[in-house]
Design a protein around this ligand. Structure first.
Ligand code: PMP
Length: 405
């Protein structure tokens, strides 16, 4: 039985797993202690639970629990990593390297640094959304203090060559930050093998609660130091003061543990469902284009441009389904997605894109329903489109002289 509305926008956020909620509940009521209270059992209990969550998170990314610094989410983690490193290593240099398809939480932080006198290199991506490690290598100067490249893109799902970039960063003695918000819990992440020095994570993208995230900060080889953004009680090794969000942290830990146990199976299931959806759409519609890399992409991501149809109109026709046109984070403005534009997708096709983000709780029945409804709606909208009609008649729309009266 289908239940409406259908949620297929799991890159914007994910529903919390009921098992995560269950783990969290006691920490809102009887187990309410402050993890920094050293002098009674309420505090000890909270601290023990926080330590356990730190271990669960560290295990998923192959880190040491002491390297996990809790924050309010990946936006804060990105700010702390980039500004914290820039400020701490300012004597060493003032240059940062990143890419044009990063999330705004990285791009706007980089802009902030530019306003403070830093130089930032924004590397381009290829048609599939991938950054070239050789371009990273060439961009490094003796003033470079940080490279920040995301693990997987939140719009098109392309997975960056993180290990190659990590290797280059190590060779050149430059710190490497990776925004792994969309990757952790979905694909294997190994901070040692990938040469990552700092990494941003967020619980609400992996079936955990909102408002809690972490920054992985390498402790040795090299020991990364950060200027804190917040002054206060010196929590989290002095890098992030503030009373810990114990229920959130417990939920984050539980979410990581579940991802560790189920990621492989879940990845296979979602890949199969995602491919089924893609094949259905590509089999029944002409002039549809896949955005992002065909294989180096997140198992649950599908991003398609439907020529001659506005993504927003398509969404209006699919009100019982939660999907996204472009990135949820930028739908406040009706600009074509800067990520798609960076791949070289024209503004028309960028405006015609839909992002499907499958998740743990989606079923095959839902996928089939969504596929069918998308196909019907695209066909209906195209039927009403004079542009589509002209194109079908063989008119080259690029060379049409439109007159205005
Ligand atoms: N980075 C990426 C790649 C993201 O997808 C998001 C969420 N849209 C963020 C950072 C911000 O995460 P948070 O909501 O935890 O602040």
């Amino acid at each position: 039985m289908l239940k409406f509305p259908i949620f297929m926008d799991n890159h914007s956020t994910t529903p919390m797993d009921p098992r995560v909620l269950e783990a969290m509940l006691p920490f809102f009521t009887e187990k309410f202690g402050n993890a920094a209270s050293r002098n009674h059992s309420f505090g000890w209990e909270a601290e023990r639970s926080v330590d356990q969550a730190r271990e669960q998170i560290a295990r998923l990314i192959h880190a040491d629990p002491k390297e996990v610094i809790f924050t309010s989410g990946a936006t804060e983690s990105n700010n702390l990593a980039i500004k914290g490193v820039a400020q701490m290593y300012r004597e060493k240099g003032n240059h940062v390297i990143t890419s044009v398809t990063e999330h705004k939480a990285v791009l706007d932080t980089a802009k902030h640094l530019e306003n403070e006198g830093f130089a930032v290199t924004y590397l381009p991506v290829d048609r599939d959304g991938l950054i070239d490690p050789e371009a990273v290598k060439s961009a490094i100067t003796d003033k470079t203090v940080l490279i920040s490249v995301m693990m997987a893109n939140n719009e098109i799902g392309s997975i960056s060559p993180v290990a190659e970039i990590g290797k280059i960063a190590k060779e050149r003695g430059v710190l490497f930050h990776c925004d792994a918000t969309q990757g952790v819990g979905k694909i294997p992440v190994h901070v040692q093998e990938m040469g990552i020095d700092l990494m941003s994570l967020s619980a609400h993208k992996m079936y955990g609660p909102k408002g809690i995230g972490a920054l992985y900060v390498r402790k040795k080889g090299p020991r990364v130091r950060l200027a804190p953004m917040m002054d206060g009680g010196g929590h989290e090794r002095g890098m992030r003061s503030g009373t810990l969000n114990v229920p959130g942290i417990v939920g984050f830990g539980a979410a990581c543990e579940l991802c560790g146990l189920e990621m492989e199976e879940e990845g296979k299931r979602l890949t199969q469902l995602r491919d089924r959806l893609r094949e259905k759409i590509f089999g029944q519609l002409e002039e549809v284009y896949l955005n992002g890399h065909p294989t180096k992409r997140l198992p649950h991501n599908l991003n398609i441009s439907f020529a001659y149809v506005e993504g927003e109109s398509l969404l209006m026709g699919l009100k019982e389904i939660a999907l996204s046109s472009g990135s949820a984070c930028t739908t406040a403005t009706l600009e074509p997605s800067y990520v798609l534009r960076a791949l070289g997708v024209g503004s028309d096709l960028a405006h015609s894109s839909l992002r499907f983000g499958l998740g743990r709780f989606n079923t095959q029945e839902e996928v089939d329903y969504v596929g069918q409804r998308v196909i019907e709606t695209v066909l209906r909208l195209r039927e009403m489109s004079p542009l589509y009609e002209m194109a079908k008649e063989g008119v080259d729309l690029k060379n049409v002289q439109w007159t205005q009266h």
